[in-house]
Ligand binder design. Structure first.
Ligand code: NAP
Ligand code: GCO
Length: 266
């Protein structure tokens, strides 16, 4: 096999969670273009239908399922169905995620638990469900969508930062535990990406000026712009492909340089 062929996902089956739109959709679309069969899930039928229509528009025949990734029984059922209807999964992307921006001392424990449940417990539940099939197949790729908050804190995102920091360590542990079974588990740490999840941080002010957080992010990013979901496609294909077979337990930050930069002098 030539080295360039190692980037192909031809013949692979990829499951991307929460991929009806946003980052998950962009990653799954890139996988399809690289040759993979796409499976995705979302939390309700309306979102799955919206996703199916969007994939269809790109000429991609995706398989969409309703499944709440925090519910182990639903996840086990999903994996059984996918194995029967599509095949054994080669690539899992734990993308589904939520954020609640609330100052920590005002945050209810229920809200804190909810964020941990979707952003940290669910990747455990999903990975636990697919790893046995990967072991039987003799290979597997798990990609956890981490965050700047896997490394940094900021006001109002205590639960999200705790979950995404934990997800970085779950990534390293899956690598440690299943590397011998030829499973590579890596993370992608997107910087600030323009999606519905970050729309409140980019809302225009009443006078038409940019949101102060929007200005702050531009000044903190050497690339001087927000990222796009498409910026994550190349790194996601690399980590799903045979080209990254000796890359394991790593978090690849795709952040326009944020983590390298101290910021502009005021
Ligand atoms: P998004 O636009 O909110 O999309 C996330 C998807 O996950 C949505 O379809 C969402 O459904 C779904 N989801 C939520 N809870 C779920 C559950 N329990 N079961 C199944 N699906 C569920 O988010 P995004 O901005 O594309 O982000 C995708 C991932 O990247 C997340 O893990 C996020 O934390 C991470 N990330 C985002 C950024 C950024 O700047 N945007 C940066 C770093 C990391 P609903 O529409 O019903 O919520
Ligand atoms: C926030 C943002 C972030 C990003 C992202 C950064 O409120 O600070 O929503 O947490 O979504 O995860 O990598």
């Amino acid at each position: 096999m030539s080295f360039i062929e190692k980037f192909s996902l031809e013949g692979k089956i990829a499951l991307v969670t929460g991929a009806s739109y946003g980052i998950g959709f962009a990653i799954a679309s890139a996988y399809a273009e690289a040759g993979a069969t796409i499976v995705f899930n979302d939390i309700n039928q309306e979102l799955v239908d919206k996703g199916l229509a969007a994939y269809d528009e790109l000429g991609i025949k995706a398989h969409g399922y309703v499944c709440d990734v925090t519910d182990e029984a639903q996840v086990q059922e999903l994996i059984k169905k996918v194995e029967a209807e599509v095949g054994v999964i080669d690539i899992l992307v734990n993308n589904a995620g939520i954020i609640k921006r609330i100052p920590m001392i005002e945050m209810s424990v229920e809200d804190f638990r909810k964020v941990i449940d979707v952003d940290l417990n669910a990747p455990f539940i999903m990975s636990k469900a697919v790893i046995p099939g990967m072991i039987k197949k003799g290979h597997g790729k798990i990609i956890n969508i981490c965050s700047m908050m896997s490394e940094l804190g900021r006001e109002t995102v205590s639960a999200y930062a705790a979950a995404k920091g934990g997800l970085k360590m779950l990534t390293r542990n899956i690598c440690s535990e299943y590397g011998e079974a030829n499973i590579q588990c890596n993370g992608i740490g997107p910087g600030y990406i323009a999606t519905p999840q970050t729309a409140p941080l980019r809302e225009k002010q009443a006078d038409g000026s940019r949101h102060p957080f929007d200005q702050f992010i531009i000044s903190k990013t050497p690339a001087a712009r927000w990222g796009t979901p498409e910026d994550l496609q190349g790194p996601a294909v690399f980590l799903a492909s045979d080209a990254s077979d000796f890359v394991n337990g790593h978090v690849l930050y795709v952040d326009g340089g944020i983590l390298a930069y101290i910021g502009k002098q005021p």
